[in-house]
Design a protein around this ligand. Structure first.
Ligand code: C2O
Ligand code: CU
Ligand code: CU
Length: 404
C-alpha cells in the first residue's frame, strides 16, 4: 500500500482465516482512538471491518507496514506470511538523487517448508526461543535477482517481516549507504558494511553501482540472539545453537546483477534535519526477562509481569517527553517496539548514542540497558508496547499504554 501525507485511507478488510484476527499499521503516527491502531479489536472468522484513518499532513515519509496483532496469535499468523508494506511518499522521495535511484522493495520473511515443499505451521525452533523457518524468502521468493539500474544507484527498501528471525545483512564486497531507519529519514547518508534488522525494523539504503558489470550477493550473516541454554537442563549447549542463523555460513538472500558498466550517480549529501528532543519530564524503567508467573507459568515478562488485557501498565501524559530505560536482564535479545510514537535512542549501557535517528523498534541485547526518549504527540488513547519477537509478545512481553 502506498499513501501520501494528507491522504485519507480506507481499507475494506475481510477475515477469511479460521481464526479471529485484526490488522495493525506498524509505525504510522495516526489517531489511536479510531480502529486503525486498535490491537484490542477482534475480527471473527467471516467478519468484515472497514479501517479508516488519515495520514497527517506532517507525517514522515518512509517504510511502514501492516500485520495481524491479536495477542496470542500474532506470531503464528505472521509466520503464515500475513504482512505487507505501507509506504508513505513525501519529502525524502523528492530528493533528486533518491528520485533518480531505482527503487526495489525487500520484504524478508521465513517459512517452514516440509519435505514435500508445502508450508507447514510447525516451526523449526521452540516457541520460547521464537519460531524461525528453514526457508528465507525475499518478496516471497528464494534468492531472487535484482537488476542494478543503468546509472547505478539502487534504493533498497528493506523490511524484516519475520516473527523472530534477525537479519544481519551485508553486500558482497560493497557497502550500503543508509538513508532512513524505521519510518524516518536520517540527516545524511551513512556508510555501513553491515545492517542488523530485528523483527519489525526497516532500513532504506542506497547501493552504488560499480564500473564493471557482474553480480554480487545480498547476504545474511550468522547472528546469535541468545538462547534458553540455561533452561530445560541446558540441552542446547553453550553455543546458543538455537539462536543462530540456520547455518554458520552466510546465506544468499538475493543476487544483484549489473547489466552494463556504468558510472555511479552521486549520493545525496543532505536528507532531513533531525532535532534532539527536550529533556524528559519523566523517567521510567522497564525490565525485560522471562520467568515463572503464578498466573500462566513460564512467560515473558516486563517488570516481572506477563501481559494482562485488563491492566493499564503505563500511563503517560499527551504532549510530554519521557525517557524509558529498557534493561534486558535475560539471556535472549528483545527488540522493543512502541506503537504510534517514534523515539530516539539516547544511550546504550550508559554510552551516549552518537547517531540521531528516529525509530519505533530498538534492539535491547541480552544484558544491555538502552535508554530511549519518546515524545507523546498528537494522539491520545490506549495502545501497546511489546517485544517484536512475536512469540515473546504472545507469551506475555507486552504492556498496555494509556496516553491521555
Ligand atoms: Cu509490528 Cu505491535 O507491532
Ligand atoms: Cu507496531
Ligand atoms: Cu523478546
Amino acid at each position: 500500500m502506498e499513501a501520501k501525507p494528507g491522504d485519507k485511507v480506507r481499507i475494506h478488510f475481510t477475515n477469511n482465516l479460521e481464526q479471529p484476527t485484526n490488522i495493525h499499521y506498524h509505525g504510522l503516527h495516526i489517531p489511536i482512538t479510531g480502529n486503525a491502531d486498535n490491537v484490542f479489536l477482534k475480527i471473527e472468522p467471516g467478519k468484515k471491518l472497514t479501517y479508516e484513518f488519515p495520514i497527517p499532513d506532517n507525517h514522515p515519509s518512509g517504510i511502514f507496514w501492516y500485520h495481524p496483532h491479536l495477542h496470542g496469535l500474532v506470531a503464528e499468523q505472521l509466520f503464515g506470511g500475513l504482512a505487507g508494506l505501507f509506504i508513505v511518499r513525501g519529502e525524502l522521495d523528492e530528493i533528486p538523487e533518491i528520485k533518480a535511484a531505482k527503487e526495489e522493495f525487500v520484504v524478508l520473511q521465513d517459512f517452514s517448508i516440509d519435505d514435500r515443499g508445502r508450508r507447514s505451521s510447525s516451526a523449526h525452533m521452540s516457541l520460547m526461543m521464537g519460531r524461525e523457518g528453514n526457508v528465507i524468502a525475499v518478496n516471497g521468493r528464494v534468492n531472487p535477482s535484482i537488476n542494478l539500474p543503468e546509472g547505478g544507484l539502487l534504493r533498497l527498501r528493506i523490511l524484516n517481516a519475520s516473527p523472530s528471525r534477525f537479519y544481519r545483512l551485508a553486500l558482497e564486497d560493497h557497502s550500503f549507504y543508509q538513508i532512513a531507519t524505521d519510518g524516518n529519514s536520517l540527516s545524511e547518508p551513512i556508510e555501513v558494511n553491515e545492517l542488523l534488522l530485528t523483527p519489525g525494523q526497516r532500513a532504506d539504503v542506497l547501493v552504488k553501482g560499480d564500473k564493471q558489470s557482474g553480480q554480487y550477493r545480498l547476504l545474511n550473516l550468522p547472528y546469535d540472539r541468545g538462547s534458553m541454554g540455561m533452561m530445560g537442563g541446558g540441552m542446547m549447549g553453550g553455543r546458543g545453537m538455537m539462536g543462530r542463523n540456520d547455518r554458520d555460513e552466510p546465506i544468499a538472500l538475493a543476487t544483484l546483477h549489473y547489466e552494463s558498466a556504468v558510472e555511479s550517480l552521486p549520493l545525496p549529501t543532505k536528507l532531513a534535519s533531525i532535532s534532539a528532543l527536550s529533556e524528559p519530564q519523566i523517567v521510567r524503567s522497564f525490565e525485560l526477562n522471562h520467568g515463572m508467573s503464578p498466573a500462566v507459568g513460564m512467560a515473558f515478562l516486563i517488570n516481572g509481569e506477563p501481559y494482562s488485557g485488563d491492566r493499564l501498565h503505563t500511563q503517560v501524559k499527551l504532549n510530554t517527553v519521557e525517557d524509558w530505560e529498557l534493561a534486558n536482564t535475560g539471556v535472549m535479545d528483545h527488540p522493543f517496539h512502541i506503537h504510534n510514537n517514534a523515539f530516539q535512542v539516547i544511550s546504550r549501557n550508559g554510552t551516549p548514542e552518537s547517531l540521531l535517528a528516529w525509530r519505533d523498534t530498538v534492539l535491547v541485547k541480552k544484558g544491555e540497558t538502552v535508554r530511549i526518549r519518546i515524545p507523546f504527540r498528537d494522539f491520545a488513547g490506549k495502545t501497546v508496547y511489546h517485544c517484536h519477537v512475536l512469540d515473546h509478545e504472545d507469551l506475555g512481553m507486552m504492556g498496555n499504554l494509556m496516553i491521555e
